[in-house]
Design a protein around this ligand. Structure first.
Ligand code: KIV
Ligand code: ZN
Length: 520
């Protein structure tokens, strides 16, 4: 089965986004419910065909997120992941059942190493499991995707038998993942060709690629899979995902668009939304985008060397294979400042791809005014940091009210902090080995917790000594790590806010923190 678009000579490739599942699964990338809903809405508007919204059996929070996304998304298919276990499949079916287009995505390992050490099952037993679980899923929902976990290390004869069984039991999409990121493009292409040629009922399913980036080959392998007959690619925004990540959605989409001469396919993605989507995913997960990241990195369209700049001025095509505008990079037309009013601010937000509700707009505008009072020029990056932070903190239980620091060469450094915890104001003063340590010690005294600080990172949002500092903090507790980012012209305020943001995320995930003073 292929997915083609009438009136086009190109085959349609379905884009299956798993930012909210495989992406969110990687350490530190946890998103709140509100962040997940926002990402899902953007993916839907952008033209993603299938949104994998989560793993409903994993926790009540995951179940709730998948159910709400299923109810909210109107255009894309919404998939819920399930292991080959009856309870998982029932829970996934329950979570997606209100979607306009629901899908259950169920998977089982097929490689000898997984069968021997993880599953402790024989090949025949796994074949029976496939038939049983796919049949169960198909009785709940019509659209079933089945994945052969570790397909690329599975002997081809056995892989073919598994695929045949899954299709016979009702799977309509067959995903052959390179789970461990081991395959090369030639091998991956050949695997799809062989399976599609040898499995008698292969024409009844769409084949899908799902590649991890351990050797940096995820996008190359995904594109090779298309040549082998796959017509669905599973990918994530900014390539986030387990270990080295998954194939990056923006790279897959732009490779297909830019190299139509050798890749005769098309996707339904509105490419001008790629930059906005990348920024939203980065803000929601607090994972920074590497500067030289293809398509969406800060330097992806920057030309530094004299020869390149000279060529660009004469003809942009000398060094540019796609335009920044085609992926939604807007040229800064208007630098904002303290004299900019509501209309200019609203205009700027629209230009940056935000559509805020009235109360969100009001909050963002007030914060913009505060920032503009402290900083002469407010750049696009400042506004993005500010709005993303506003959205991320809207539902926080712990909020920073004020922070006063005593720092300098003569210690001890001291922090006095006032927090709002739910509807109570609490205050505390602590010393530390430097102002950051004093700030974090004060938070710990106000909100006692066992969370461990795994990462503390600072960088400037723009250039200049009055630039906002953007701080990332990663905390882990109860086997879960979360990252949060905050920006402020004062590095210590940004540090406090980032730390509190991470605590709020942990709390929303049910971690045991004691807002002790608030409970008094
Ligand atoms: O990488 C993988 O094999 C997966 C499956 C669950 C599809 O993520
Ligand atoms: Zn995966």
């Amino acid at each position: 089965m292929t997915a083609s678009v009438s009136g086009s000579s190109k085959d349609r490739v379905l884009i299956f986004d798993t930012t909210l599942r495989d992406g969110e699964q990687c350490p530190g990338a946890t998103m709140t419910l509100e962040e997940k809903l926002e990402v899902a809405e953007l993916l839907d508007t952008m033209g993603v065909d299938i949104i994998e919204a989560g793993f409903p059996i994993a926790s009540n929070g995951d179940f709730e997120a998948v159910s709400l996304i299923a109810k909210q998304v109107r255009r894309a298919t919404v998939a819920g992941l399930a292991r080959a276990i009856s309870a998982d499949i029932a829970r996934a079916g329950e979570a997606v059942r209100h979607a306009a287009r629901p899908r259950i995505h169920t998977f089982v390992s097929t490689s000898p190493i997984h069968l021997a050490h993880q599953m402790r099952k024989s090949e025949e037993e796994v074949l029976e499991i496939i038939t049983k679980t796919v049949t169960q899923a198909r009785n709940l929902i019509e659209d079933i995707e089945w994945s052969a976990m570790d397909a690329t290390r599975t002997p081809i004869d056995y892989l073919c038998r598994c695929v045949e069984a899954a299709i016979r039991a009702g799977a309509t999409t067959i995903n052959l993942p390179d789970t461990v990121g081991y395959a090369t493009p030639d091998e991956y292409r050949a695997m799809f060709r062989a399976v599609r040629e040898r499995v008698p009922n292969a024409d009844k399913a769409i084949f899908s690629a799902h590649c991890h980036n351990d050797l940096g080959l995820a996008v190359a392998n995904s594109l090779a899979a298309l040549e082998g007959g796959a017509r669905q690619i599973e990918c994530t925004l900014n390539g986030i995902g387990e270990r080295a990540g998954n194939a990056a959605l923006e790279e897959v989409v732009m490779a297909i668009r830019t190299r139509g001469d050798v890749l005769p396919y098309e996707t339904g993605i509105e490419a001008t939304m790629l930059t906005r989507a990348s920024k939203l995913a980065s803000a929601a997960t607090s994972f920074p985008v590497q500067y030289n990241k293809a398509i969406v990195g800060r330097n992806a369209f920057a030309h530094e060397s004299g020869i390149h700049q000279d060529g660009m001025l004469k003809n942009a095509q000398t060094y540019e294979i796609m335009t920044p505008e085609s992926v939604g990079v807007t040229k800064t037309s208007l630098v904002m400042g303290k004299h900019s009013g509501r209309a200019a601010f609203r205009n700027k937000l629209e230009e940056l791809g935000y559509s805020l509700a009235d109360n969100q707009f009001q909050d963002a505008f007030e914060r913009f005014k505060e920032l503009a009072d402290r900083k002469k020029h407010v750049y696009d990056e400042d506004i993005e940091a500010l709005v993303d932070q506003n959205i991320a903190t809207a539902h926080d239980r712990i909020k920073l009210v004020s922070l006063h620091i005593v720092a300098g060469t003569r210690g001890p450094q001291r922090a006095t902090m006032r927090l709002q915890v739910d509807d109570k104001i609490v205050i505390e003063e602590q010393e530390g080995n430097g102002p950051v340590d004093a700030t974090f010690n004060t938070i710990k005294a106000l909100v006692p917790h066992e969370a461990v600080l795994e990462l503390y990172q600072v960088h400037a949002v723009t250039e200049g000594t009055d630039a906002q500092a953007e701080v990332s903090v990663r905390l882990s507790a109860d086997n879960r790590s979360v990252t949060s980012r905050a920006a402020d012209p004062d590095t210590l305020v940004a540090s406090a806010q980032a730390y509190l943001g991470a605590l709020n995320k942990l709390m929303s995930r049910g971690a045991r923190l004691h807002a002790q003073h608030a409970a008094e």
